[in-house]
Design a protein around this ligand. Structure first.
Ligand code: FAD
Length: 426
């Protein structure tokens, strides 16, 4: 193999273009929540996003199911900004979910009804499946609602901008170098939240992490379906009801469809998988059209514009949650989640799982927090990502205002603040 070549870069200086209290990197469901929470708690906030919209996988990845906001026993497990999003979507007529009096109901007909919306998954409990508090939503309306939340909170959002590398002095990130059409610039914030999903910042800062290779997904919507109920009855494909008329959601991809696992932080592997998955999506759409009653005039009306990546880097932070933490109470719980494939169990998420070991002004939120592979199965879902985002953003605002390390924050006060703002902490 040829030796790796390198190009020396001239020493350079980049202008500091912003000095907010809190910089949130990544505008997925976690970053959106972190930014809004930080701003509502008094911080001046800059939110950076490499693409042109908020929501990340929840919108651009067409993962348009909030699984789950309950504990699988009929009680709410996630509230706060995720619940607020459900209510905003409801006002826009863009969400579908079971009413509270149906949660935990084991009536097979009711369960089957919601399963057809993609709202019931996993292994049944001993008594069979039960209705969960999960929600199907319309992706564009999520983006509109997110824009509204960010604007109302006074967050400054900067799109089409990559965070490239942190500048570190001692235990502090003094600036984050960014890249966009204006060139290379820097943002110097008091506290930074890494909500990149892939942990780009903590990885570049040299913090320990685990990396998982995964089978990619590429979800898509088909329009022009004649009678979705009848099409589902025919049982000729894997698809769901979704908000909007004559449309279905096709959750395509994964182990059953894609041969190779990829490292989602390797652009070469991601690029090859994108092209291959798009080709196979075309084939699957043609197959559905040819074999499923009601799909004769169907067409791909929207395809995810990013691969569905369940997992990549996971922080190895101050505390790494493991399976043994199921139903365990922590004094520093700042978020909580049920399990989308299991009934009547909960993970309480400690503040320490949002903290890298070696930095005093970085918090981590969303699917890359400090948990093991098994716990990640639960904490990667959109509701818990929004809950850890809300916790990280609130903590960041409090640390910036008090001028203290995120490690020295009064966690009891943080919990009080989160509870007052609708979070559920158990
Ligand atoms: C196939 C699949 C099915 C799933 N099913 C469900 C489901 O049914 N229900 C459910 O609730 N969850 C589901 N999930 C999980 C869930 O969708 C994600 O884990 C969750 O949306 C992650 O949110 P996040 O904000 O942590 O990360 P992301 O949504 O990945 O957001 C990260 C954001 O950061 C931006 N970004 C990344 N790097 C940079 C950078 N360097 N600079 C600037 N911006 C950057 C990205 O563009 C993105 O907007 C599924 C996931 C997959 C892949």
């Amino acid at each position: 193999m040829a030796a790796q070549r390198y190009v020396p870069l001239p020493e350079s200086r980049v202008p500091v273009v912003a000095e907010p209290d809190v910089l949130v990197v990544g505008g997925g469901s976690a970053g959106l929540s972190a930014a809004v929470a930080a701003a509502r708690n008094g911080a001046e906030v800059l939110l950076l996003e490499r693409f042109s919209y908020l929501g990340g996988l929840a919108t651009g990845g067409l993962i348009i199911l909030l699984l789950t906001l309950d504990d699988g026993a009929g009680r709410r497990a996630v509230g706060g900004l995720c619940q607020e999003m459900v209510e905003r979507l409801e006002q826009r007529g863009a969400v579908y979910y079971p009413p509270p009096n149906q949660w935990n109901n084991a009536d097979p007909k009711l369960v089957e009804h919601y399963a057809r919306w993609g709202l019931v998954w996993g292994n049944p409990s001993p008594e069979g499946h039960r209705v969960r508090y999960s929600a199907a939503f319309e992706p564009h309306e999520f983006i509109f609602a997110a824009d509204e939340m960010v604007r109302e909170a006074g967050v400054q959002a900067l799109y089409q901008t990559w965070a490239c590398e942190p500048v570190i002095e001692g235990r502090e990130i003094t600036a984050v170098v960014i890249q966009n059409k204006a060139g290379r610039q820097a943002v110097a914030a008091k506290v930074v939240v890494d909500a990149t999903g892939d942990g780009d910042l903590f990885a570049a800062a040299g913090e320990p992490y685990e990396l998982e290779r995964v089978h990619p997904w590429l979800w898509f919507l088909m329009g022009g379906v004649q009678d979705v109920g009848q099409a589902l009855d025919a049982g000729k494909g894997f698809f769901f009801h979704t908000p909007g008329r004559d449309r279905v959601l096709v959750p395509w991809g994964g182990e059953a469809r894609v041969r190779r696992k990829i490292d989602a932080t390797d652009p070469g592997e991601v690029s090859a998988a994108l092209v291959e998955c798009r080709r196979m999506v075309l084939e699957e759409a043609a197959r559905l059209k040819g074999s499923t009653p009601g799909f004769e005039d169907a067409y791909i009306s929207l395809m995810a514009d990013q691969l569905g990546i369940t997992e990549s880097r996971r922080l190895q932070g101050d505390y790494v949650m493991t399976r043994g933490d199921l139903d365990r109470a922590f004094a520093d719980t700042v978020a909580r989640t049920g399990h989308w494939t299991k009934y009547d169990c909960v993970y309480n998420i400690p503040y320490r799982s949002l903290l890298p070991r070696g930095l005093d002004n970085l918090l981590v939120a969303g699917r890359c927090i400090s948990v093991d592979h098994r716990v990640h199965h639960a904490t990667k879902e959109i509701p818990p990502c929004m809950a850890t985002g809300q916790a990280a953003g609130t903590a960041a605002a409090m640390a910036a205002a008090a001028g203290v390390s995120v490690k020295r924050l009064d966690v009891e006060k943080l919990r009080e603040r989160l509870l007052a703002q609708g979070a559920i902490l158990g």
